[in-house]
Structure formats: C-alpha cells, structure tokens
Design a protein. Sequence first.
Length: 347
Amino acid sequence: MSLFDVKEHAHKRLNILTGEWVLVSPHRTKRPWQGKVEAAATAQRPQYDANCYLCPGNKRADGSVNPAYTEPYAFNNDFAALLGDTPDGEYALGGLLQAKSQKGICRVICFSPRHDLTLPQMQVEEIEKVVALWQKEFTTLAANPWIKYIQIFENKGDIMGCSNPHPHGQIWSLNDVPAELVKETEQQKKYFEKFGKSLLSDYLQLELQQQERIVCANEHFVALVPFWAVWPYETMIISRRQVRHVAEFTKEENIGLAQLLQSLTVRYDNLFSTSFPYSAGIHQMPVNDGDHPEWHWHMHFYPPLLRSATVKKFMVGYEMLASPQRDITPEAAAEKLKALSEVHYTK
Ligand SMILES: [Zn+2]
Ligand SMILES: [Zn+2]
C-alpha cells in the first residue's frame, strides 16, 4: 500500500463554509475518454431585440415600459417569487409539519442596455457600474428593517434555466436568512470566536501560500477553485480585505472587483469556446441582525460544464442520495483555468 496522496487516492474534502463534505475520485480521470470537444454554435444576437422584455424602451409582462436606460438598470421582478405584502405567520402541526411565511422584494438588474453582451464581453468600466448598482440596491433594500438577507445572483445560459439571454441578474431579499447562509454564518462564527479572525482571511492566506488553486488575482480580490469545490470548474472570488457586504467596498475595490469579474468570466468563456453557463452569486452578512464581525464577503460561481460546451456534469445517483462527488481535482481545474487567455475568444 502506498501513502495516502490527495492527488492520487479517493478521499473526501471538507467545505469549511458549510461543514459538508465532497467525495473526490482523482484516479477516475485516468479513464480513457473518447468524447470529443464540440465547438458550440454561438448565434450572434442583435444589439436590440424588439421582443425582449429587458431591452430599453420595451414593454414588460406587467404592461410597464422600460425606460431608455443607458447604464445598469434595476426594477421589481414582474414574476417575483416573494412578495412584500405576504402576511407574517407560522404553521405547525404536532411539531412535524412546520411552515413559516416568507415575504420579500425581488429585483431584476439589467447589466447593460445591449442585448448581445454578457459580463465577459463588457468593459471593466461597465462592469464597475453593475457593482455600484449592487451596492445601491443593497443599501436601499437593507433600509427595510424586516429584511434579513439580500441575495444577489445571476443565472447565465439556458441550461441554467435562464429564460432571457439579455445580460441580467437578480436580487432576492427576504424576511429570513436562507439555509446556505445559516450554515455559512454558523461556520464563520465558530472560527471567529475561536481565533478572532475571519475564516476566509486565514483560508485565503493558505491558498496564496500554496498557489495550487489560484486562477487569477489583483490587488483587492482573488479568484480560486476552492479546495472543496463540487462543480468541475467551480470558483470563488474572495476579497483580500475582510469586508462584510458589498456596500462596504471602496471605489478602488469596485474597480478591482470589476476587473476580476472580467478576467474570470473571460477565462470561463475561453475554456470551451462558448458562452459559459453558470449560477453565480454574492454571499455576505445578514442585515438588520447585528454586526456579524465574522462575515467575510465572497462570491461563488457554480458552472455545470464538464468537458465541452455540451457535456455537463449531472448531480445524480450517489450525489443525490449520498454526497456530491467529482473526478477532476480542484487543482487540475485551477491549472486549466489559470492557463487560459484573458482575451475573449470571439475577439
Ligand atoms: Zn434584450
Ligand atoms: Zn458562500
């Protein structure tokens, strides 16, 4: 028997943010693979689409009309999953059937007036305006004392269930802290109480020393494949400074974040020469709920693609029933992403 080596042998890795584990099977990548890398047919979209409900000047589903906006633009979701006037209340039966009312405000953010662009195709100055709008929305929503959490996210690509290719994201804010955030708050709190430092500051230090999973970085932010990544090319952006929420960033940090968002998402598109689908979102402190000195802002990218523009990873079988699992190691994924050009493949 050889000595245990995480690069060779099956093992599980701890997600320090959730306390959950992922199964890694590096030996399986040695299987001969006969699939081919298919180039995706990327249809060129027009700059303006008369039928798009997000384009400037167009009519939306609820009958309202978008202004002729020229910069990132936010509005209330016409098909909101949460509504502001839901009555407070609880339902409980025998301690076994439990429910609690959830109310919220759901916003849509158009990243650009241009129908044909995506984040990686936008200029840094344009992405910076998206970051500034995230900050403004965060501050406005947090001013409602009943709102406890503000989830900023983007679903990109139709395989992620995104119904409209116009570049946009969403913000769901609600009167409760959602499950993933309860876990992450708990884990960060435990660490902060024990060491007096943020969990992600120490984790980032370790990653910067090891240099095995870093994809790209600048003065203010680092993008890396987390040690415990589940999705083949999952990444995280972590702020070098411990900041609790997006509105705490300085102007310089906004520029840094815009730059890093661009270099990371361009790499993603270049990986399989396709508009790379993902679900991405910001994790930050709950609001109207104390100081949360343990919280360290970060952003997750969960892309489903595995080997090409059309071959995706499925979370089925063992993963649905037991635990998430991956073959390609986070180290190998980081190396691939790191090696890619920062110039978009269409240019
Ligand atoms: Zn559009
Ligand atoms: Zn997180």
